[in-house]
Design a protein around this ligand. Structure first.
Ligand SMILES: NC(=O)c1ccc[n+]([C@@H]2O[C@H](COP(=O)([O-])OP(=O)(O)OC[C@H]3O[C@@H](n4cnc5c(N)ncnc54)[C@H](OP(=O)(O)O)[C@@H]3O)[C@@H](O)[C@H]2O)c1
Length: 273
């Protein structure tokens, strides 16, 4: 597997080892378990010899930076990985960020177009995903993965806290989140699913405000979204990029029926009051 040194990958690697798999962590840094084989996704070809299944989680993740740096990992790195995998089954971890931006009048299914993304991350994940789908991989699309050690979502949410309150833009919305344990359980079984894309999220969606209050342990106060968007668009608030705003104001609910139909059940969920 790739990406085992990262937030999601480390959980997947431990879960795979716990299920009895012989894990090989392919990447720049070792994973938490198993043998380490060096690969820089921006340059070389990964050594995947002997693998029964390839789990690809390595990605350039974030909402700022030059597009070519995202593409070097998410597109070119994917191309090299798929070539090296040959006929070995590949599970390619994508993201709900590939979907055409909202509004979302209904729960999003896998056939929603994957174009018009507003970030280099979303565009390059969509381009990498197209390569993976064309190569016959199983593609998983989680949204807003949370759990211990999360370096992306939680730090962003923490920056909304002032004076013991989380100040969130816009009205409360219903949205999907993905417990990292649910992504891991999907990763470990998805190689048996028919090739194609699958949404991956917790069993039911959440009220944004209840979820944020539960995660941060502080009450939520709402502020009008419009002025916040205007300030975010100036770039004056580096923590509050337009993408970060979309993540907490878009009511994006994933329809997970397709993965459930393969027998996958998301067991972990947030406790909200
Ligand atoms: N976190 C989320 O909310 C979320 C939501 C949807 C989808 N996803 C997807 O889930 C996957 C894992 O994300 P994450 O949250 O765990 O991100 P992360 O903590 O930032 O981990 C990214 C992983 O990619 C590896 N990587 C980056 N550049 C590399 C390169 N040039 N060569 C080799 N490896 C490289 C990193 O390894 P080193 O830096 O150690 O080399 C690290 O292991 C990604 O595919 C992401 O798109 C995440």
């Amino acid at each position: 597997m790739t990406g085992a040194s990262g937030f999601c990958g480390a959980v997947v690697a431990r879960a795979a080892a716990g299920s009895g798999a012989d894990v090989v962590c392919v990447g720049r840094r070792p994973g938490p378990v198993g043998e380490h084989v060096f690969w820089d996704a921006t340059t070389g070809t990964p050594d995947l010899r002997g693998a029964d299944v390839v789990l690809h989680l390595a990605a350039a993740v974030g909402d700022s930076g030059p597009e070519r740096e995202f593409a070097a990992v998410n597109v070119d790195g994917t191309r090299r990985l798929l070539e090296a995998a040959g006929t070995t089954p590949v599970v390619w971890v994508s993201s709900a960020s590939v979907y055409r931006p909202g509004p979302y009048p209904a729960a999003v299914r896998e056939d929603r177009p994957t174009d018009g993304q507003r970030t280099a991350y979303g565009r390059t994940k969509a381009a990498g995903e197209r390569l993976a789908l064309a190569a016959g991989a199983v593609v998983l699309r989680p949204r807003a993965v949370y759990g211990r050690g999360d370096p992306h979502l939680l730090p962003r949410l923490r920056r909304t806290v002032r004076a013991g309150r989380a100040w969130l833009p816009g009205p409360d919305v219903t949205l999907s989140l993905t417990a990292v344990e649910n992504l891991a359980s999907a990763c470990l079984t998805a190689h048996r699913w028919p090739p194609g894309a699958y949404n991956i999220a917790d069993a039911t969606p959440y009220s944004r405000d209840a979820a944020v209050a539960a995660v941060l342990g502080v009450p939520v106060r709402r502020v009008p979204a419009r002025p916040v968007r205007m300030v975010a668009a100036t770039g004056l608030l580096p923590a509050l990029t337009p993408y970060a705003l979309d993540q907490i104001t878009d009511g994006l609910v994933l329809d997970i029926g397709r993965a459930r139909a393969r027998g996958w059940t998301p067991k972990a969920r947030l406790t909200t009051s």
